[in-house]
Design a protein. Structure first.
Length: 267
């Protein structure tokens, strides 16, 4: 597939704990290459380090050991070439949809007319035209997440990082937004890393599903999703979709059973 856009080598992450010299081992020996235009799902039980890995790629956290390279250069901090969509939307409540989408461009010093043009295009892309002047409290959760996706796309990043972005939404809205993200990723051809604990979501969205083990997080398996894009709801009833979801369930089942027996504490 050519040169990796993102290359993670022998990554280890420990979090310090008072009274323990080694701390908590969150990630242990992660090796992962992501190529331009790939949609990669990080799938695993709660507490397995999926979000920690995403935060390291975003530049919010530093690895304890190992390397994380973007286009061959070490990631040393946040960078507009890698933008993040969070589960809780993280929109500024005092800004309109338009202002939220423009925010990153404004901080870069882009002229008002140019950033307004980009924002309008992206608001149209996420199907929020007509809601530019609304504030976050005036729109639904699904619409807030659409606005957050538009804001993340505004700086024209190389890589879009999505941290369980539909986790707070109801089931129907979640399915609709999965279809929207599938469409948007096909149209923009952005590289996407998407964290989820939903097997069906992973198979519906991903070109590749990376399965992580319970803590300490390790890559247990990788699966390619050989279903053409763009995808719509009808693929969920196809034999290859059902087969892969069942295969992933059997891969993850032991960790989820252990977690349930431990009281569901995945932290």
């Amino acid at each position: 597939m050519g040169q990796s856009q993102l290359a993670i080598g022998d990554l280890i992450k420990r979090f310090p704990v008072r009274g323990e010299c080694d701390g908590i081992l969150a990630l242990d020996g992660i090796n992962l290459d992501v190529h331009p235009g790939e949609f990669v799902l990080l799938l695993g039980p709660s507490g397995c380090g999926k979000s920690t890995l995403l935060n390291i790629i975003a530049g919010f956290l530093k690895p304890s050991e190992g390397t994380v390279l973007h286009e061959g250069q070490p990631i040393v901090g946040p960078d507009r070439r890698r933008t993040v969509v969070f589960q809780d939307y993280a929109l500024f409540p005092w800004m309109t949809v338009q202002q939220n989408v423009e925010f990153g461009l404004k901080t870069q010093g882009m002229p008002a007319a140019e950033r307004a043009e980009i924002a309008h295009r992206l608001i149209d892309l996420v199907r929020l035209s007509g809601f530019e002047a609304r504030f976050p409290h005036e729109i639904s959760g699904g619409m807030k997440q659409r606005a957050a996706i538009a804001r993340a796309l505004a700086p024209n990043p190389d890589i879009l990082l999505m941290d369980e972005p539909f986790g707070a939404l109801d089931a129907q809205t979640r399915v609709l937004l999965q279809e929207e993200v599938a469409r948007i990723s096909a149209e923009t051809r952005k590289t996407v890393l998407f964290v989820t604990h939903s097997i069906e979501e992973a198979v519906f969205l991903g070109d590749r599903v990376v399965v992580m083990s319970a803590r300490p997080g390790r890559i247990r398996a990788e699966y390619r999703v050989e279903i053409e894009r763009p995808r719509t709801s009808e693929v969920r009833s196809r034999p290859e979709f059902i087969r892969l979801t069942q295969e992933l369930w059997h891969t993850l089942k032991p960790d989820w059973q252990d977690q349930a027996q431990a009281g569901g504490n995945g932290t």
